[in-house]
Design a protein. Sequence first.
Length: 333
Amino acid sequence: MSKQCVTVAGIDCGTNSIRLKIARVDAGGMHTIVPRILRVIRLGQDVDKTHRFAEEALERAYEAAREFAGVLAEHPVDGLRFVATSATRDAENREEFEDGIESILGVRPEVIPGTEEADLSFLGATSVVNRGDLPAPYLVVDLGGGSTELVIGGDGVSAPTTQVQGAFSMNIGSVRMTERHLKTDPPTESEIAEAYEDIDRHIDEAFAHVDAGKARTIIGVSGTVTTMTALAMGLTEYDHTLVDGHRMSLDAAYAVDDQFLNMTRAERSEYKTIHPGRIDVVGGGAVVWNRVLARVSEAAKADHGTAIDSYVASEHGLLDGIVLDYGRRLLAQ
């Protein structure tokens, strides 16, 4: 006899942050038990340059894993899935990281390809789209520290909301852009121009795989997107209940992205809306977000004559997709 519900935990370990969520999954969807816990660990510190995890970065990851182990001890689960993404894909000493995490949590990290990361991000982001009237197809943009996924799906006619039609993972993100290009504080015009050129090359490649022009709704997920949305909303402190599901005009997004891209790190630190662990890289994220929004809007206008003029920010992305997908697979056993 199949189970009616399962309790599962998911861990999303990215280039800049690590997140834990525990939820019950049943036929009705996902029901949160322990809301998302986020720690900024900068696992991808210098990985773009050295292709190795720094020892201090590994220790930050282990410290977070030990904290998560304590939470899991208080909330028994039927299964735990630990997913690692961009930085771990690139690190030559990833086995050391995998061994260390396994010794703490009892599960080995799964280093998933960018295509699976894109699929899971889309699943998480679109699992809640029925709360509002968002026209399909949806383009989900998951802008992380090391990579940015573009995923389009749900054609609004024959395809289910969560069906992916195209996906591509670009090797650009807030940490990579900062370390690769935006080295001055604040960044120079030439550094920003170089970052734009780099981003455009990656977008050109992504658009060969993802028909982004078909999109009617852009859904942005990840810390960069939600942080920049909160700043554009004028929030003095971050409030996920206000940010989640908020529709933001592209003009407002461009303005705030440019503003914070050109600030010094000291100036950014005055804003409590920005997590302290994002202050130095939020400009790198902003430059990626600015360019993706502009290029997708242009592609939509070229495709069906109407430029997209807004996006929807979502707190639901890869982590939600990990938990929901894993729970469904356990239910099917």
